[in-house]
Design a protein around this ligand. Structure first.
Ligand SMILES: [Zn+2]
Length: 182
């Protein structure tokens, strides 16, 4: 009887977690669409700590003519800047250690490394089909003790795959898609 109650509680917790994750993924999708409207690549990211959005970021390869401005990097930096402006919060460490980062697609090696470096607690991915090679970095998260979840969100997948179909040349200029295979 107790076990059943425990299972029911766990199911409820999972259902609530899924609802929250889907809600915050919609916010990451808003960032992706913002980039698209600016003429950029539709990839978005959100940082959430203690139930609040503390950072937002979008891919800005094209907008900033930058190879480094990935959505997750922008999101982490935006979060750190906002936190240090909050009253009584002198550093980002405490909030980052409780935070979940959301990204519309699988993070690359650089972003995975940054998430681990800044000791973010949890990562939620919109989809992992556009860049299947990036799934290899899941093991980095596992080794570092970062929780990892894939939502397999159709809108995230379609947004980027449709973009890439028409913009592969420009996107490749800023990303490793442009690497020549020896
Ligand atoms: Zn990245």
């Amino acid at each position: 009887m107790e076990e059943t109650l425990e299972e029911a509680k766990n199911l409820l917790i999972c259902a609530e977690e899924n609802d929250l994750d889907n809600y915050f993924m919609q916010e990451a999708i808003k960032e992706a669409k913002l980039s698209l409207n600016e003429g950029g690549a539709p990839i978005g990211s959100i940082l959430v700590s203690e139930g609040k959005i503390i950072g937002r970021g979008r891919n800005q390869f094209i907008q900033m003519n930058s190879i480094i401005r990935h959505a997750e990097i922008n999101c982490i930096e935006n979060g750190a800047q906002k936190i240090t402006k909050l009253d009584g919060e002198s550093s980002y460490h405490r909030l980052f250690s409780k935070a979940t980062i959301y990204a519309t697609l699988t993070p690359c090696e650089m972003c995975s490394g940054s998430i681990i470096y800044f000791r973010i607690k949890r990562m939620v991915i919109g989809e992992n089909r556009n860049f299947p090679n990036n799934r290899a970095y899941e093991k980095l998260f596992k080794e570092a003790g970062v929780k990892y979840k894939v939502l397999d969100n159709t809108e995230c997948f379609n947004l980027f795959s449709e973009y890439l179909t028409n913009n592969k040349e420009i996107y490749s200029k800023y990303s490793r898609l442009g690497e020549k295979k020896e």
